[in-house]
Write a protein that binds this ligand. Sequence first.
Ligand SMILES: [Zn+2]
Length: 81
Amino acid sequence: MKIPCPHCGERDVSEFRYGGDATRERPAHSTGDLKAWHDYYFTFTNPKGPHTEHWQHVLGCRQWFKLRRNTATNVIEGVVE
Ligand SMILES: [Zn+2]
């Protein structure tokens, strides 16, 4: 699978690290709601189909970006701004 880094261009997936679901909202730092933090860190969905994810170009520019990928087919729609 090839991933289009917005800074370096298209590179092999082995140069990248998956960073998780980019559609989830992190709880505010000031919240003391332990259930909210638990759900954020330990509860995950397993979406099938188009999905927005965080990726890092670990062996390249080391930048984080959001990528739209179909989890069923690995077809990449592109980088999300
Ligand atoms: Zn890069």
